[in-house]
Design a protein around this ligand. Structure first.
Ligand code: ARG
Length: 458
């Protein structure tokens, strides 16, 4: 039989394949609460404007509230013939309240309806993401404060570069997740306009009040252009880009956790709660959560590219292609939520092995720059010359198989006569990090200041 919503023009119903490719109820049922909220606001506005009667509005609202309960208690029967969440709800409303249900869709189209539902959903998801990022930042602040003095090797090219503090390394992630949180806040501002009332694409001749529905639904104001309103999925793309950037940060951290927890590095030990064992090798403790966080990034990036690609060729205004926006966003949202939560748990629980970090920090001639800086400061050498002298000292130490601080003074003086025994004071990793007090530098005193600054912002 033909569709009850538009059957007037149709002599027969859809082919089974048509129905299968067309239906979105399998995933857009997730929007039921937003759909019902939007319909209640719309019906209330229609009655307020005298477009429908108060009695019909009351029936509609009561019916929608019943449907909400039915869906939440699991008794609602979703139907694929009814295609999507909007028509499933409206058809059930007709069963419940009769002909009054047919008045709900006055001055409205599924085009502005779906734009509304999806915006409301993405807005809530952004708010959740903001809270999750705040929890992750808080976990890092605790670890950074605890390890403001813990010295570890800083890396470039994953080669030992200069000693840093573990607290400073933690605060690098606080900065990244702090920017992600700012992007989330901006995205909430960008999408905070109500689509409902744009109708199919051109607006409507009914005397609707879009400011009233915008206010009732918690939006700052209504959107200004009806064509843009039903064509736009920037809010979904923005969510996905923010998710992709945040996931990239999470993935780099996950990669570091995987490396740090190897016996070869041994910088951290993950808690039992956030690691797994091996079914054959009894000694193993694997960082599966970190690996899965790293992998989720691939899915999230994929979702961003998928939706960008769906949108790029669409003429204005609505095309059915846009129905494919939801699964990408739902999947990315689930992945991101889980990844942030798992990362928060790992960071909060992990054991930091300060002894291992410190031992590694001192290897690989990590204080060579401190020697060069000393030559500039104490012996007045130009930095390039100091760099060359230090390079010779490193080569000598390497040849003798010892650390810089283990080279006898006479041998250092043979490389440059201005070197005195005071130089040994700058060759320890503690002295190295303590000296780096430039704004944003790794000194423990800086780390404590940065932690305090951030605590005032979470
Ligand atoms: N299920 C549709 C979607 O997700 C709802 C909008 C349908 N509008 C239309 N004109 N066919 O995009």
């Amino acid at each position: 039989s033909s569709n009850q919503m538009w059957g007037g023009r149709f002599a027969s119903g859809p082919d089974a394949i048509m129905e299968e490719i067309n239906a979105s109820i399998g995933f857009d049922k997730k929007l039921y609460a937003q759909d019902i909220r939007g319909s209640i606001a719309h019906a209330t506005m229609l009655a307020h404007q005298g477009i429908i009667s108060a009695e019909d509005k009351d029936k509609i609202v009561a019916g929608l509230e019943t449907i909400l309960k039915e869906i939440e208690s699991g008794t609602f029967e979703f139907s694929r013939q009814l295609e999507d969440i909007h028509m499933n709800v409206e058809a059930r409303l007709a069963n419940l309240i009769g002909p009054a249900a047919g008045r709900l869709h006055t001055a409205r189209s599924r085009n502005d309806q779906v734009a509304l539902d999806f915006r409301l959903w993405v807005k809530e998801e952004l708010q959740k993401t903001e809270r999750a990022l705040t929890a992750l930042i808080a976990a890092f602040l605790d670890r950074a404060e605890e390890h403001a003095d813990t010295v570890m090797p800083g890396f470039t090219h994953l080669q030992t570069a200069q000693p840093v503090t573990f607290g400073h390394h933690c605060m690098a992630y606080v900065e990244m997740f702090g920017r992600d949180r700012l992007r989330v806040r901006h995205a909430i501002e960008h999408l905070d306009e109500s689509p409902i009332g744009a109708a199919a694409l051109a607006g409507t001749g009914f005397p609707i009040d879009r400011h009233m529905t915008a206010k009732a639904l918690g939006f700052r104001e209504p959107t200004r252009n009806s064509i843009d309103t039903v064509s736009d999925r920037d809010f979904a793309l923005e969510f996905l880009s923010i998710a992709a950037i945040a996931a990239t940060h999470l993935s780099r951290l996950a990669e570091e956790i995987v490396i740090w927890s190897t016996p070869q590095f041994g910088f951290i030990r993950l808690s039992d709660a956030f690691s797994t064992g091996s079914s054959i090798m009894p000694q193993k403790k694997n960082p599966d959560a970190a690996e899965l966080v790293r992998a989720k990034t691939g899915r999230i990036n994929g979702s961003l590219i998928a939706l960008l690609t769906v949108m790029k060729g669409l003429p204005l205004a609505y095309s059915k292609d846009m129905q494919e926006d939801k699964e990408q966003v739902f999947d990315a949202a689930e992945s991101l939520e889980l990844a942030i939560a798992a990362m928060t748990g790992m960071v909060r629980d992990m054991t930091v092995r300060a002894d291992r970090m410190k031992a590694a920090a001192g290897s690989g001639y990590s204080t060579a720059t401190d020697l060069a800086d000393w030559l500039v400061r104490e012996a007045g050498l130009p930095f390039r010359d100091a760099h060359h002298v230090t390079g010779r000292a490193v080569a000598l130490a390497e040849q003798k198989g010892c650390e810089l601080a283990e080279l006898p003074l006479a041998e250092l003086q043979a490389i440059h006569p201005a070197i005195t025994d005071k130089v040994y004071g700058v060759l320890t990793v503690e002295a190295s990090v303590a000296s780096r007090t430039s704004f944003g530098g790794t000194a423990p005193s800086n780390v404590r200041q940065q932690v305090a600054w951030w605590r005032g912002r979470i």
